[in-house]
Design a binder for this molecule. Structure first.
Ligand code: GYE
Length: 322
């Protein structure tokens, strides 16, 4: 009698262990839900990034909840809080700015929801607040822009005056593309950043800032260093309206290498475009699956990128995917 009872108990315990294990490791048949908070729709890069995330989710069998923050940190914080309340399996976001994320990420941690950063990095002391960061090395991108200038002007004694169109104030790509440039050009005093202002990564913003620069610094600037293609395209319009020939009278350095940026190189108006890939969706979905499966992820997953110059643009353009 006692043996029969013990046997039944053993069978019950075994079944319970199996049930717990499959809950704990996220039952293979349960669909993963990912909450994603996007920066906004400020640029062609961003549109391509959104499209990449939205198409990669169903392809990976992941249920995607998507929110556009319209370039406002407070909207991203609200979206992340709502994903926590909805008990999604994983939260991913592309942080509009670098600072101010601790409180909301503490809440995600307390709710045991893993967080993945994509595209832009954050500045937090407690790095356990996120699992991994997937995206480009913006500092290296800035250095690449600086090195192109160094090479282009190697036989020119200067002075070489640069006007800079910065991305969104406080964002990782704006901070790092600026810092990377400074790191390279500070070795040679002939280079000088004579003006620097944010155009918020938009075409309209770039155009507006450049209209003011073109008046204030007429005939005094040699280089426009724009933190993305949209602002470079806006700056090109402003220069042309001011009777300046971008790409000839003024060297234009840009970032992203979107279709619009490539077309401007083919047209001779952007001189160099530092690549930054927005096609992060498939890598993000893989990371989401891995984290749910309990796999260890590298802290940083970097995107491989290059630099495109005007002379090669027409040949390469047909192969571009964004
Ligand atoms: O360069 C710009 C976009 O974070 C890398 O954001 C991204 C930047 C990109 O608006 O076009």
């Amino acid at each position: 009698m006692a043996d029969v009872k013990r046997g039944a108990l053993r069978a019950f315990v075994a079944a319970a262990v199996v049930a717990c294990a499959s809950f704990g490791a996220h039952a293979a048949d349960k669909q993963i839900t990912l909450g994603f908070s996007q920066v906004g729709a400020e640029s062609a890069w961003r549109t391509a990034n959104t499209e990449s995330v939205k198409s990669a989710a169903p392809a990976a069998g992941i249920n995607l909840k998507f929110a556009d923050a319209q370039q406002k940190q407070e909207n991203q914080i609200k979206a992340i809080r709502s994903y926590i309340a909805q008990k999604v399996d994983v939260i991913a976001f592309s942080p509009v700015v670098e600072s101010g994320w601790e409180p909301v990420l503490q809440e995600a941690k307390a709710a045991k929801i893993p967080v993945i950063l994509t595209d832009r990095n954050i500045d937090v002391k407690d790095t356990s607040l996120y699992v991994t960061m997937i995206g480009s090395d913006f500092l290296e991108e800035g250095r690449r822009g600086g090195r192109w200038l160094e090479e282009h002007y190697k036989d020119n004694p200067g002075p070489i005056n640069i006007v800079e169109l910065q991305g969104t104030v406080g964002s990782a790509p704006a901070n790092d593309r600026h810092a990377g440039l400074v790191e390279i050009i500070q070795k040679d005093p002939k280079f000088k950043i004579i003006a620097s202002q944010s155009g918020d990564f938009t075409l309209a913003g770039g155009k507006q800032v450049m209209e003011a620069f073109a008046k204030t610094y007429a005939g005094k600037y040699n280089v426009v260093y724009a933190h993305n293609d949209d602002m470079a395209l806006g700056a090109i319009q402003a220069m042309e309206e001011a009777g300046v020939h971008p790409g000839k009278d003024v060297q234009v350095v840009s970032f992203d290498a979107t279709h619009g940026g490539f077309q401007a190189m083919v047209d001779g108006k952007i001189n160099v475009d530092v690549e930054c890939s927005p096609l992060l969706g498939p890598q993000l979905m893989q990371a989401v699956k891995d984290v749910v499966a309990g796999k260890e992820l590298p802290r940083r997953i970097k995107t491989e990128e290059t630099v495109f110059v005007q002379a090669d643009a027409a040949k390469i353009m047909p192969t571009r995917k964004y």
